[in-house]
Design a protein around this ligand. Structure first.
Ligand SMILES: *[C@@H]1O[C@H](CO)[C@@H](O)[C@H](O)[C@H]1NC(C)=O
Ligand SMILES: *[C@@H]1O[C@H](CO)[C@@H](O)[C@H](O)[C@H]1NC(C)=O
Ligand SMILES: *[C@@H]1O[C@H](CO)[C@@H](O)[C@H](O)[C@H]1NC(C)=O
Ligand SMILES: *[C@@H]1O[C@H](CO)[C@@H](O)[C@H](O)[C@H]1NC(C)=O
Ligand SMILES: CC(=O)N[C@H]1CO[C@H](CO)[C@@H](O)[C@@H]1O
Length: 497
Protein backbone atom coordinates (compact mmCIF):
# COMPACT_ATOMS: atom_id res chain seq x y z
CA UNK A 1 0.00 0.00 0.00
CA UNK A 2 2.57 2.53 1.07
CA UNK A 3 4.67 1.55 -1.87
CA UNK A 4 1.96 2.43 -4.35
CA UNK A 5 1.39 5.83 -2.77
CA UNK A 6 5.08 6.51 -3.07
CA UNK A 7 5.09 5.55 -6.73
CA UNK A 8 2.29 8.01 -7.52
CA UNK A 9 3.90 10.82 -5.59
CA UNK A 10 7.29 10.32 -7.15
CA UNK A 11 7.00 9.01 -10.70
CA UNK A 12 10.62 9.85 -11.43
CA UNK A 13 11.82 7.81 -8.49
CA UNK A 14 9.50 5.00 -9.51
CA UNK A 15 10.96 4.98 -13.01
CA UNK A 16 14.49 4.76 -11.65
CA UNK A 17 13.49 2.04 -9.21
CA UNK A 18 11.68 -0.01 -11.85
CA UNK A 19 14.69 0.23 -14.13
CA UNK A 20 16.77 -1.36 -11.38
CA UNK A 21 14.84 -4.60 -11.42
CA UNK A 22 16.35 -5.70 -14.65
CA UNK A 23 13.97 -8.34 -15.97
CA UNK A 24 15.03 -10.33 -19.00
CA UNK A 25 13.40 -9.08 -22.18
CA UNK A 26 9.98 -10.65 -22.80
CA UNK A 27 10.05 -12.82 -25.93
CA UNK A 28 7.55 -11.97 -28.68
CA UNK A 29 6.57 -15.62 -28.73
CA UNK A 30 5.26 -16.26 -25.25
CA UNK A 31 5.39 -20.03 -25.68
CA UNK A 32 9.22 -19.84 -25.82
CA UNK A 33 10.68 -22.20 -23.20
CA UNK A 34 13.12 -20.78 -20.63
CA UNK A 35 14.84 -22.04 -17.49
CA UNK A 36 14.97 -25.68 -18.67
CA UNK A 37 15.84 -28.20 -15.95
CA UNK A 38 16.21 -31.96 -16.17
CA UNK A 39 16.15 -34.37 -13.24
CA UNK A 40 16.45 -38.08 -12.72
CA UNK A 41 12.89 -39.04 -11.92
CA UNK A 42 13.01 -42.83 -11.76
CA UNK A 43 15.23 -45.75 -12.74
CA UNK A 44 14.30 -45.23 -16.41
CA UNK A 45 12.76 -41.82 -16.39
CA UNK A 46 13.68 -38.18 -16.51
CA UNK A 47 11.63 -35.10 -15.73
CA UNK A 48 11.92 -31.88 -17.67
CA UNK A 49 10.74 -28.60 -16.20
CA UNK A 50 10.68 -25.23 -17.95
CA UNK A 51 9.08 -21.83 -17.59
CA UNK A 52 7.03 -19.81 -20.06
CA UNK A 53 5.74 -16.25 -19.95
CA UNK A 54 2.21 -17.45 -20.61
CA UNK A 55 0.17 -20.36 -19.37
CA UNK A 56 0.32 -23.10 -21.97
CA UNK A 57 -2.84 -24.97 -22.86
CA UNK A 58 -0.77 -28.09 -23.14
CA UNK A 59 2.88 -28.63 -22.11
CA UNK A 60 4.53 -31.28 -24.29
CA UNK A 61 7.95 -32.59 -25.24
CA UNK A 62 8.89 -34.51 -28.38
CA UNK A 63 11.88 -36.80 -28.06
CA UNK A 64 13.75 -39.72 -29.56
CA UNK A 65 17.19 -41.27 -29.91
CA UNK A 66 17.94 -39.52 -33.20
CA UNK A 67 17.95 -35.73 -33.56
CA UNK A 68 16.17 -36.02 -36.89
CA UNK A 69 13.43 -38.30 -35.64
CA UNK A 70 11.72 -37.19 -32.45
CA UNK A 71 9.16 -39.94 -32.68
CA UNK A 72 7.90 -39.95 -29.11
CA UNK A 73 5.78 -37.37 -27.37
CA UNK A 74 4.95 -36.84 -23.73
CA UNK A 75 2.63 -34.22 -22.24
CA UNK A 76 2.19 -32.84 -18.76
CA UNK A 77 -0.13 -34.62 -16.38
CA UNK A 78 -0.67 -31.43 -14.38
CA UNK A 79 -1.41 -27.89 -15.54
CA UNK A 80 1.37 -25.37 -15.47
CA UNK A 81 1.49 -23.46 -12.21
CA UNK A 82 2.53 -20.05 -11.00
CA UNK A 83 2.44 -18.09 -7.75
CA UNK A 84 1.71 -14.48 -6.76
CA UNK A 85 4.51 -12.13 -7.88
CA UNK A 86 5.89 -14.50 -10.53
CA UNK A 87 5.82 -13.51 -14.22
CA UNK A 88 6.25 -17.10 -15.40
CA UNK A 89 4.47 -20.45 -15.45
CA UNK A 90 6.20 -23.70 -14.53
CA UNK A 91 5.68 -26.66 -16.88
CA UNK A 92 6.72 -30.25 -16.15
CA UNK A 93 6.77 -33.32 -18.37
CA UNK A 94 8.08 -36.76 -17.37
CA UNK A 95 9.73 -38.99 -19.99
CA UNK A 96 9.38 -42.63 -19.01
CA UNK A 97 10.62 -46.03 -20.19
CA UNK A 98 13.90 -44.63 -21.48
CA UNK A 99 16.66 -47.00 -22.57
CA UNK A 100 19.40 -46.53 -19.91
CA UNK A 101 22.63 -44.67 -20.62
CA UNK A 102 21.46 -43.52 -24.05
CA UNK A 103 21.55 -40.10 -25.71
CA UNK A 104 18.05 -38.73 -26.22
CA UNK A 105 17.20 -35.67 -28.26
CA UNK A 106 14.29 -33.54 -27.15
CA UNK A 107 12.33 -30.52 -28.22
CA UNK A 108 9.90 -28.72 -25.98
CA UNK A 109 6.78 -28.15 -28.10
CA UNK A 110 6.66 -24.44 -28.91
CA UNK A 111 6.67 -22.27 -32.03
CA UNK A 112 10.10 -21.07 -30.82
CA UNK A 113 12.22 -23.92 -29.44
CA UNK A 114 15.28 -25.89 -30.46
CA UNK A 115 16.44 -29.48 -30.11
CA UNK A 116 18.67 -30.32 -27.13
CA UNK A 117 19.85 -33.65 -25.76
CA UNK A 118 20.57 -35.55 -22.54
CA UNK A 119 21.94 -38.90 -21.42
CA UNK A 120 19.26 -41.09 -19.87
CA UNK A 121 20.04 -42.42 -16.36
CA UNK A 122 22.32 -45.40 -15.86
CA UNK A 123 20.61 -48.40 -14.32
CA UNK A 124 21.34 -48.89 -10.61
CA UNK A 125 24.09 -51.49 -10.53
CA UNK A 126 25.67 -50.46 -13.84
CA UNK A 127 29.39 -50.37 -12.93
CA UNK A 128 30.45 -47.94 -15.69
CA UNK A 129 32.64 -45.19 -14.16
CA UNK A 130 31.04 -41.74 -14.18
CA UNK A 131 31.45 -38.30 -12.61
CA UNK A 132 29.09 -35.89 -10.96
CA UNK A 133 29.58 -32.29 -9.86
CA UNK A 134 28.63 -30.87 -6.47
CA UNK A 135 27.78 -27.21 -7.00
CA UNK A 136 26.41 -25.35 -3.98
CA UNK A 137 25.76 -21.70 -3.12
CA UNK A 138 25.62 -20.63 -6.75
CA UNK A 139 24.21 -17.20 -7.54
CA UNK A 140 23.57 -15.06 -10.54
CA UNK A 141 26.52 -13.86 -12.61
CA UNK A 142 26.99 -10.70 -14.59
CA UNK A 143 29.15 -9.56 -17.42
CA UNK A 144 31.90 -8.34 -15.16
CA UNK A 145 31.67 -11.06 -12.57
CA UNK A 146 28.93 -10.22 -10.13
CA UNK A 147 30.35 -12.25 -7.33
CA UNK A 148 33.53 -10.49 -6.35
CA UNK A 149 33.79 -10.25 -2.60
CA UNK A 150 33.69 -6.77 -1.12
CA UNK A 151 33.15 -5.13 -4.47
CA UNK A 152 30.11 -3.12 -3.49
CA UNK A 153 29.90 -1.49 -6.92
CA UNK A 154 29.17 -4.86 -8.48
CA UNK A 155 26.38 -5.55 -6.03
CA UNK A 156 24.50 -2.46 -7.04
CA UNK A 157 22.89 -3.60 -10.26
CA UNK A 158 21.02 -6.70 -11.22
CA UNK A 159 22.62 -7.67 -14.48
CA UNK A 160 20.69 -8.85 -17.47
CA UNK A 161 22.44 -12.00 -18.36
CA UNK A 162 23.39 -13.14 -21.77
CA UNK A 163 23.67 -16.88 -21.37
CA UNK A 164 26.55 -16.84 -23.86
CA UNK A 165 28.57 -14.83 -21.36
CA UNK A 166 28.94 -17.70 -18.99
CA UNK A 167 31.23 -16.83 -16.15
CA UNK A 168 33.48 -18.80 -13.85
CA UNK A 169 31.51 -21.74 -12.44
CA UNK A 170 28.66 -21.80 -14.94
CA UNK A 171 31.19 -21.28 -17.72
CA UNK A 172 33.32 -24.14 -16.46
CA UNK A 173 30.27 -26.38 -16.17
CA UNK A 174 29.51 -25.53 -19.80
CA UNK A 175 33.00 -26.05 -21.17
CA UNK A 176 33.38 -29.41 -19.33
CA UNK A 177 29.87 -30.62 -20.03
CA UNK A 178 31.07 -33.95 -21.43
CA UNK A 179 33.07 -34.72 -18.28
CA UNK A 180 30.14 -35.26 -15.89
CA UNK A 181 26.74 -36.92 -16.00
CA UNK A 182 24.74 -35.02 -13.43
CA UNK A 183 24.91 -32.18 -10.90
CA UNK A 184 23.84 -32.18 -7.27
CA UNK A 185 22.98 -28.77 -5.84
CA UNK A 186 21.84 -29.01 -2.22
CA UNK A 187 20.75 -25.49 -1.60
CA UNK A 188 21.21 -21.79 -2.17
CA UNK A 189 20.22 -20.96 -5.71
CA UNK A 190 20.34 -17.50 -7.31
CA UNK A 191 20.48 -15.49 -4.05
CA UNK A 192 17.40 -13.60 -5.16
CA UNK A 193 16.58 -12.97 -1.50
CA UNK A 194 19.69 -10.80 -1.36
CA UNK A 195 17.94 -8.19 -3.52
CA UNK A 196 18.04 -5.76 -0.60
CA UNK A 197 21.85 -5.64 -0.84
CA UNK A 198 21.30 -3.17 -3.66
CA UNK A 199 19.95 0.11 -2.38
CA UNK A 200 18.25 0.70 -5.72
CA UNK A 201 16.00 -2.27 -5.03
CA UNK A 202 14.72 -0.94 -1.72
CA UNK A 203 11.28 -0.02 -3.05
CA UNK A 204 11.08 -2.73 -5.64
CA UNK A 205 11.85 -5.92 -3.79
CA UNK A 206 9.18 -8.00 -5.46
CA UNK A 207 10.38 -7.25 -8.97
CA UNK A 208 14.02 -7.46 -7.97
CA UNK A 209 13.42 -10.87 -6.43
CA UNK A 210 11.69 -12.24 -9.50
CA UNK A 211 14.15 -10.63 -11.91
CA UNK A 212 17.14 -12.25 -10.20
CA UNK A 213 15.41 -15.65 -10.30
CA UNK A 214 14.57 -15.32 -13.99
CA UNK A 215 18.10 -14.24 -14.84
CA UNK A 216 19.71 -16.98 -12.81
CA UNK A 217 17.66 -19.91 -14.07
CA UNK A 218 17.94 -18.68 -17.65
CA UNK A 219 21.69 -18.57 -17.26
CA UNK A 220 21.70 -22.05 -15.74
CA UNK A 221 19.52 -23.56 -18.50
CA UNK A 222 22.40 -24.55 -20.81
CA UNK A 223 23.63 -26.77 -17.94
CA UNK A 224 20.38 -27.89 -16.32
CA UNK A 225 18.77 -28.50 -19.72
CA UNK A 226 21.62 -30.85 -20.66
CA UNK A 227 22.39 -32.65 -17.37
CA UNK A 228 20.07 -33.85 -14.62
CA UNK A 229 20.29 -31.12 -12.01
CA UNK A 230 19.30 -32.44 -8.58
CA UNK A 231 18.12 -29.87 -6.03
CA UNK A 232 17.44 -29.70 -2.32
CA UNK A 233 16.82 -26.57 -0.24
CA UNK A 234 19.12 -24.07 1.47
CA UNK A 235 18.43 -21.09 3.68
CA UNK A 236 18.28 -18.71 0.69
CA UNK A 237 15.19 -20.54 -0.59
CA UNK A 238 13.39 -20.04 2.72
CA UNK A 239 12.01 -16.58 3.30
CA UNK A 240 12.61 -12.87 3.73
CA UNK A 241 13.87 -12.77 7.25
CA UNK A 242 17.50 -13.36 6.30
CA UNK A 243 17.85 -9.70 7.25
CA UNK A 244 15.04 -8.88 9.66
CA UNK A 245 14.34 -5.37 8.40
CA UNK A 246 13.23 -6.62 5.01
CA UNK A 247 10.44 -8.72 6.43
CA UNK A 248 7.90 -5.92 6.14
CA UNK A 249 8.51 -5.87 2.38
CA UNK A 250 8.37 -9.59 1.84
CA UNK A 251 7.08 -10.55 -1.62
CA UNK A 252 4.58 -13.41 -1.47
CA UNK A 253 6.66 -15.55 -3.74
CA UNK A 254 9.57 -15.32 -1.36
CA UNK A 255 7.82 -16.82 1.66
CA UNK A 256 8.22 -20.40 2.91
CA UNK A 257 10.29 -21.89 0.03
CA UNK A 258 7.59 -20.89 -2.49
CA UNK A 259 9.72 -20.50 -5.60
CA UNK A 260 11.79 -23.57 -4.75
CA UNK A 261 8.64 -25.70 -4.32
CA UNK A 262 7.08 -24.50 -7.55
CA UNK A 263 10.26 -24.92 -9.52
CA UNK A 264 11.40 -28.31 -8.26
CA UNK A 265 8.37 -29.81 -6.50
CA UNK A 266 7.16 -31.76 -9.53
CA UNK A 267 10.58 -32.49 -11.03
CA UNK A 268 12.51 -34.13 -8.18
CA UNK A 269 11.94 -37.87 -7.65
CA UNK A 270 10.63 -39.93 -4.78
CA UNK A 271 13.01 -42.70 -3.76
CA UNK A 272 13.31 -45.69 -6.09
CA UNK A 273 11.99 -49.18 -5.45
CA UNK A 274 14.83 -51.49 -4.40
CA UNK A 275 16.41 -53.73 -7.01
CA UNK A 276 17.78 -56.00 -4.28
CA UNK A 277 16.58 -59.62 -4.23
CA UNK A 278 16.43 -59.24 -0.42
CA UNK A 279 12.79 -58.91 0.58
CA UNK A 280 13.54 -56.87 3.73
CA UNK A 281 15.46 -54.35 1.62
CA UNK A 282 12.52 -54.07 -0.76
CA UNK A 283 10.11 -53.42 2.11
CA UNK A 284 12.41 -50.81 3.67
CA UNK A 285 12.80 -49.05 0.31
CA UNK A 286 9.04 -48.94 -0.15
CA UNK A 287 8.58 -47.50 3.34
CA UNK A 288 11.25 -44.87 2.63
CA UNK A 289 9.55 -44.07 -0.67
CA UNK A 290 6.32 -43.32 1.14
CA UNK A 291 8.14 -40.89 3.46
CA UNK A 292 10.18 -39.09 0.78
CA UNK A 293 9.11 -35.47 0.35
CA UNK A 294 10.65 -34.14 -2.86
CA UNK A 295 12.09 -31.59 -3.41
CA UNK A 296 12.95 -31.39 0.30
CA UNK A 297 14.22 -34.92 0.96
CA UNK A 298 14.45 -37.90 -1.38
CA UNK A 299 16.96 -40.30 -2.87
CA UNK A 300 17.81 -41.68 -6.29
CA UNK A 301 20.13 -44.28 -7.72
CA UNK A 302 22.48 -43.94 -10.65
CA UNK A 303 24.95 -46.63 -11.70
CA UNK A 304 27.18 -47.40 -8.71
CA UNK A 305 25.66 -44.67 -6.53
CA UNK A 306 22.78 -44.31 -4.10
CA UNK A 307 22.42 -40.56 -3.48
CA UNK A 308 20.25 -39.05 -0.78
CA UNK A 309 19.32 -35.37 -0.77
CA UNK A 310 18.38 -34.07 2.68
CA UNK A 311 16.90 -30.87 4.03
CA UNK A 312 19.09 -29.22 6.69
CA UNK A 313 16.71 -26.25 6.94
CA UNK A 314 13.46 -27.59 8.40
CA UNK A 315 11.87 -30.81 9.64
CA UNK A 316 14.08 -32.01 12.48
CA UNK A 317 14.71 -31.02 16.08
CA UNK A 318 15.88 -27.36 16.29
CA UNK A 319 16.18 -27.14 12.50
CA UNK A 320 17.75 -23.72 11.82
CA UNK A 321 15.26 -22.44 9.21
CA UNK A 322 12.23 -24.14 10.79
CA UNK A 323 9.60 -22.76 13.15
CA UNK A 324 11.47 -21.10 15.99
CA UNK A 325 14.82 -22.10 14.47
CA UNK A 326 18.02 -20.14 15.06
CA UNK A 327 17.95 -18.48 11.61
CA UNK A 328 14.60 -16.80 12.36
CA UNK A 329 13.18 -17.92 9.01
CA UNK A 330 10.20 -19.89 10.37
CA UNK A 331 9.85 -22.12 7.32
CA UNK A 332 8.05 -25.43 6.92
CA UNK A 333 7.36 -27.97 8.21
CA UNK A 334 6.99 -30.00 5.04
CA UNK A 335 6.38 -33.36 6.64
CA UNK A 336 4.97 -34.83 9.81
CA UNK A 337 7.05 -34.87 12.97
CA UNK A 338 10.19 -36.96 12.44
CA UNK A 339 9.22 -37.86 8.87
CA UNK A 340 12.53 -36.78 7.36
CA UNK A 341 14.62 -38.62 9.97
CA UNK A 342 12.56 -41.81 9.56
CA UNK A 343 12.88 -41.50 5.82
CA UNK A 344 16.66 -41.23 6.04
CA UNK A 345 16.99 -44.28 8.30
CA UNK A 346 14.72 -46.49 6.20
CA UNK A 347 16.26 -45.30 2.96
CA UNK A 348 19.84 -45.96 4.07
CA UNK A 349 18.86 -49.28 5.66
CA UNK A 350 17.49 -50.45 2.32
CA UNK A 351 20.71 -49.93 0.34
CA UNK A 352 22.17 -53.14 -1.05
CA UNK A 353 25.87 -52.41 -1.62
CA UNK A 354 26.18 -55.25 -4.09
CA UNK A 355 24.01 -53.09 -6.37
CA UNK A 356 25.01 -49.54 -5.41
CA UNK A 357 28.32 -49.75 -3.50
CA UNK A 358 28.58 -45.98 -2.98
CA UNK A 359 26.27 -44.05 -0.67
CA UNK A 360 26.43 -40.25 -0.76
CA UNK A 361 24.27 -37.93 1.31
CA UNK A 362 24.08 -34.28 0.31
CA UNK A 363 22.61 -31.40 2.29
CA UNK A 364 23.09 -27.70 2.68
CA UNK A 365 24.49 -26.94 6.15
CA UNK A 366 27.65 -28.76 7.26
CA UNK A 367 28.77 -29.74 10.74
CA UNK A 368 32.41 -30.39 9.90
CA UNK A 369 33.42 -26.96 8.66
CA UNK A 370 35.57 -23.95 9.30
CA UNK A 371 32.88 -21.61 10.59
CA UNK A 372 29.05 -21.88 10.70
CA UNK A 373 28.78 -25.46 11.93
CA UNK A 374 25.18 -26.68 12.19
CA UNK A 375 25.04 -28.41 15.57
CA UNK A 376 21.36 -29.44 15.35
CA UNK A 377 22.17 -31.01 11.96
CA UNK A 378 25.00 -33.01 13.49
CA UNK A 379 22.72 -34.15 16.30
CA UNK A 380 19.97 -35.15 13.91
CA UNK A 381 21.97 -36.80 11.14
CA UNK A 382 25.50 -37.84 12.08
CA UNK A 383 24.69 -41.06 13.95
CA UNK A 384 22.49 -42.22 11.08
CA UNK A 385 25.24 -41.52 8.55
CA UNK A 386 27.66 -43.60 10.61
CA UNK A 387 25.31 -46.46 11.39
CA UNK A 388 24.57 -47.14 7.74
CA UNK A 389 28.10 -46.49 6.50
CA UNK A 390 27.56 -43.38 4.38
CA UNK A 391 30.74 -43.01 2.33
CA UNK A 392 30.68 -39.28 1.62
CA UNK A 393 28.77 -36.32 3.06
CA UNK A 394 28.48 -33.33 0.71
CA UNK A 395 27.59 -29.90 2.07
CA UNK A 396 27.84 -26.19 1.28
CA UNK A 397 26.56 -23.06 3.06
CA UNK A 398 30.08 -21.89 3.86
CA UNK A 399 31.36 -20.19 0.70
CA UNK A 400 34.61 -22.00 0.06
CA UNK A 401 36.01 -25.49 -0.56
CA UNK A 402 36.90 -27.83 2.31
CA UNK A 403 37.76 -31.52 2.62
CA UNK A 404 37.77 -33.57 5.80
CA UNK A 405 39.27 -36.95 6.61
CA UNK A 406 36.72 -39.60 7.56
CA UNK A 407 35.43 -38.64 11.00
CA UNK A 408 32.67 -39.61 13.41
CA UNK A 409 31.65 -37.84 16.59
CA UNK A 410 34.54 -35.40 16.20
CA UNK A 411 37.00 -38.30 16.25
CA UNK A 412 39.22 -39.22 13.33
CA UNK A 413 38.60 -42.65 11.85
CA UNK A 414 41.82 -44.62 12.55
CA UNK A 415 41.79 -46.03 9.02
CA UNK A 416 41.90 -42.60 7.38
CA UNK A 417 41.12 -42.88 3.67
CA UNK A 418 41.85 -46.64 3.60
CA UNK A 419 38.55 -48.34 4.29
CA UNK A 420 37.22 -46.13 7.10
CA UNK A 421 33.91 -46.84 8.81
CA UNK A 422 33.18 -43.13 9.21
CA UNK A 423 32.08 -40.88 6.35
CA UNK A 424 34.41 -38.52 4.57
CA UNK A 425 33.01 -34.95 4.36
CA UNK A 426 33.37 -32.10 1.93
CA UNK A 427 32.09 -28.54 1.77
CA UNK A 428 31.66 -27.40 -1.82
CA UNK A 429 30.24 -23.92 -1.28
CA UNK A 430 32.64 -21.88 -3.39
CA UNK A 431 30.63 -21.81 -6.62
CA UNK A 432 30.18 -18.04 -6.35
CA UNK A 433 27.35 -15.64 -5.52
CA UNK A 434 26.74 -12.04 -4.56
CA UNK A 435 27.95 -12.62 -1.02
CA UNK A 436 31.42 -13.58 -2.23
CA UNK A 437 33.70 -16.19 -0.68
CA UNK A 438 33.87 -16.93 3.06
CA UNK A 439 37.25 -16.40 4.66
CA UNK A 440 38.72 -19.37 6.52
CA UNK A 441 38.94 -18.35 10.14
CA UNK A 442 39.50 -21.64 11.93
CA UNK A 443 41.13 -24.85 10.80
CA UNK A 444 39.28 -27.65 12.51
CA UNK A 445 40.99 -30.99 13.12
CA UNK A 446 40.57 -33.45 10.26
CA UNK A 447 40.58 -30.61 7.74
CA UNK A 448 42.78 -31.84 4.91
CA UNK A 449 42.24 -29.14 2.33
CA UNK A 450 40.71 -25.70 2.27
CA UNK A 451 40.60 -22.93 -0.33
CA UNK A 452 38.86 -19.59 0.15
CA UNK A 453 40.62 -17.72 -2.65
CA UNK A 454 39.10 -19.25 -5.77
CA UNK A 455 35.61 -19.86 -7.07
CA UNK A 456 35.48 -23.63 -7.19
CA UNK A 457 33.31 -26.73 -7.00
CA UNK A 458 33.81 -30.48 -6.53
CA UNK A 459 33.85 -33.25 -9.11
CA UNK A 460 33.10 -36.66 -7.60
CA UNK A 461 34.45 -39.51 -9.70
CA UNK A 462 32.99 -42.97 -9.22
CA UNK A 463 35.99 -44.94 -10.48
CA UNK A 464 34.85 -48.45 -9.48
CA UNK A 465 33.10 -50.17 -6.59
CA UNK A 466 36.06 -49.47 -4.29
CA UNK A 467 37.55 -46.13 -5.36
CA UNK A 468 35.94 -42.73 -5.20
CA UNK A 469 37.93 -39.68 -6.26
CA UNK A 470 37.02 -36.16 -5.19
CA UNK A 471 38.56 -33.25 -7.09
CA UNK A 472 38.11 -29.58 -6.33
CA UNK A 473 38.13 -27.60 -9.57
CA UNK A 474 39.06 -23.94 -9.87
CA UNK A 475 36.22 -22.43 -11.87
CA UNK A 476 38.19 -19.82 -13.80
CA UNK A 477 40.94 -22.15 -15.09
CA UNK A 478 39.71 -25.71 -14.62
CA UNK A 479 42.85 -26.41 -12.59
CA UNK A 480 42.50 -29.19 -9.99
CA UNK A 481 43.09 -27.55 -6.61
CA UNK A 482 42.92 -30.77 -4.61
CA UNK A 483 42.44 -34.43 -5.41
CA UNK A 484 41.88 -37.34 -3.03
CA UNK A 485 40.81 -40.94 -3.37
CA UNK A 486 38.74 -42.82 -0.85
CA UNK A 487 39.11 -46.59 -0.75
CA UNK A 488 36.21 -48.66 0.61
CA UNK A 489 36.16 -52.46 0.53
CA UNK A 490 32.34 -52.48 0.62
CA UNK A 491 32.48 -56.05 1.86
CA UNK A 492 29.18 -55.92 3.70
CA UNK A 493 26.06 -55.97 1.64
CA UNK A 494 23.91 -54.21 4.24
CA UNK A 495 25.99 -51.98 6.49
CA UNK A 496 25.06 -51.69 10.19
CA UNK A 497 27.69 -50.42 12.60
C1 LIG B 1 12.92 -17.29 -29.40
O1 LIG B 1 13.67 -17.79 -28.30
C2 LIG B 1 14.86 -17.09 -27.98
C3 LIG B 1 15.51 -17.78 -26.79
O2 LIG B 1 15.66 -19.13 -27.03
C4 LIG B 1 14.56 -15.66 -27.66
O3 LIG B 1 15.75 -14.96 -27.45
C5 LIG B 1 13.80 -15.01 -28.82
O4 LIG B 1 13.41 -13.71 -28.44
C6 LIG B 1 12.55 -15.83 -29.12
N1 LIG B 1 11.87 -15.29 -30.28
C7 LIG B 1 10.61 -14.86 -30.25
C8 LIG B 1 10.04 -14.43 -31.56
O5 LIG B 1 9.97 -14.81 -29.22
C1 LIG C 1 -4.99 -21.59 -25.51
O1 LIG C 1 -6.23 -21.84 -26.11
C2 LIG C 1 -7.01 -20.68 -26.36
C3 LIG C 1 -8.38 -21.12 -26.87
O2 LIG C 1 -8.23 -22.08 -27.88
C4 LIG C 1 -6.27 -19.78 -27.37
O3 LIG C 1 -7.00 -18.62 -27.60
C5 LIG C 1 -4.90 -19.42 -26.79
O4 LIG C 1 -4.15 -18.68 -27.75
C6 LIG C 1 -4.14 -20.68 -26.41
N1 LIG C 1 -2.93 -20.28 -25.70
C7 LIG C 1 -1.71 -20.73 -26.05
C8 LIG C 1 -0.55 -20.20 -25.25
O5 LIG C 1 -1.52 -21.52 -26.94
C1 LIG D 1 18.39 -58.49 3.96
O1 LIG D 1 18.38 -57.10 4.21
C2 LIG D 1 18.39 -56.71 5.57
C3 LIG D 1 18.35 -55.19 5.65
O2 LIG D 1 17.79 -54.62 4.56
C4 LIG D 1 19.62 -57.23 6.26
O3 LIG D 1 19.59 -56.86 7.61
C5 LIG D 1 19.69 -58.73 6.09
O4 LIG D 1 20.92 -59.20 6.64
C6 LIG D 1 19.63 -59.09 4.63
N1 LIG D 1 19.61 -60.53 4.47
C7 LIG D 1 20.51 -61.16 3.72
C8 LIG D 1 20.36 -62.66 3.63
O5 LIG D 1 21.39 -60.56 3.13
C1 LIG E 1 5.02 -23.77 4.71
O1 LIG E 1 4.46 -24.65 3.74
C2 LIG E 1 4.16 -25.94 4.25
C3 LIG E 1 3.72 -26.82 3.09
O2 LIG E 1 2.72 -26.21 2.36
C4 LIG E 1 3.11 -25.83 5.33
O3 LIG E 1 2.85 -27.11 5.88
C5 LIG E 1 3.66 -24.92 6.43
O4 LIG E 1 2.67 -24.72 7.42
C6 LIG E 1 4.04 -23.57 5.86
N1 LIG E 1 4.69 -22.80 6.89
C7 LIG E 1 4.40 -21.53 7.09
C8 LIG E 1 5.18 -20.84 8.16
O5 LIG E 1 3.55 -20.93 6.46
C1 LIG F 1 32.08 -15.69 -23.26
C2 LIG F 1 32.33 -17.16 -23.12
O1 LIG F 1 33.30 -17.58 -22.52
N1 LIG F 1 31.42 -17.96 -23.67
C3 LIG F 1 31.53 -19.40 -23.63
C4 LIG F 1 30.40 -19.99 -22.80
O2 LIG F 1 30.39 -21.41 -22.85
C5 LIG F 1 30.21 -21.91 -24.16
C6 LIG F 1 30.06 -23.42 -24.03
O3 LIG F 1 31.21 -23.97 -23.54
C7 LIG F 1 31.37 -21.47 -25.04
O4 LIG F 1 31.17 -21.94 -26.35
C8 LIG F 1 31.46 -19.95 -25.04
O5 LIG F 1 32.60 -19.54 -25.74
Amino acid sequence: MRLQALFCAAPLLAAVVVAKANYPHLPDDLTTPFQQRLAIYGPNSVSLGWNTYTQLNESCVEYGTSSGNLNQRSCASVESTTYPSSRTYENVVVLTELTPGTTYYYKIVSSNSTVDHFLSPRTPGDSTPFNINAVIDLGVYGVDGYNIQNDKAKKDTIPTIDPALNHTTIGRLASTVDDYELVIHPGDFAYADDWFLSLGNALDGENAYQAILENFYTQLAPIAGRKPYMASPGNHEAACQEIPYTSGLCPDGQKNFTDFMHRFGQTMPTSFPSLSPNYTAQVLANQARALAEPPFWYSFEYGMAHIVMINTETDFESAPSGQGGSAGLNGGPFGTKNQQIEFLELDLASVDRSITPWVIVAGHRPWYTSGSACTPCQEAFEDIFYKYGVDLGVFGHVHNSQRYLPVYDNTLDPNGMQDPKAPMYIVSGGAGNIEGLSTVTTRPDFLEFVNDQDYSYATIRFLDANHLQVDFVQSTTGEILDSSTLFKSHGERFVRQ
